[in-house]
Design a protein around this ligand. Structure first.
Ligand SMILES: [Ca+2]
Ligand SMILES: [Ca+2]
Length: 75
């Protein structure tokens, strides 16, 4: 969270979120980042707070594992 929060305001913007995904080694497109953000942004301020980030990580990990599984299956 701290590493991903580039401007240090304690919340992640869409852009910071995209960078965070990259650091996780996941190549995501803009709309995917946006969808993730919409999914976890419970107070709808367009930013990811620490608790929202927690939910986001769980969401991202489950998505990431899904993708991995699909890749493993197809080779
Ligand atoms: Ca920030
Ligand atoms: Ca929020």
């Amino acid at each position: 969270m701290k590493r991903a929060d580039r401007d240090g305001d304690g919340r992640l913007s869409k852009e910071e979120l995209k960078q965070a995904f990259r650091q996780l080694g996941s190549h995501v497109t803009d709309w995917r980042v946006f969808r993730c953000l919409r999914h976890v942004d419970t107070d709808k301020d367009g930013l990811i707070s620490a608790s929202e980030f927690d939910a986001l990580v769980k969401y991202a990990v489950s998505k990431y594992q899904q993708t991995r599984t699909e890749k493993d299956r197809t080779g």
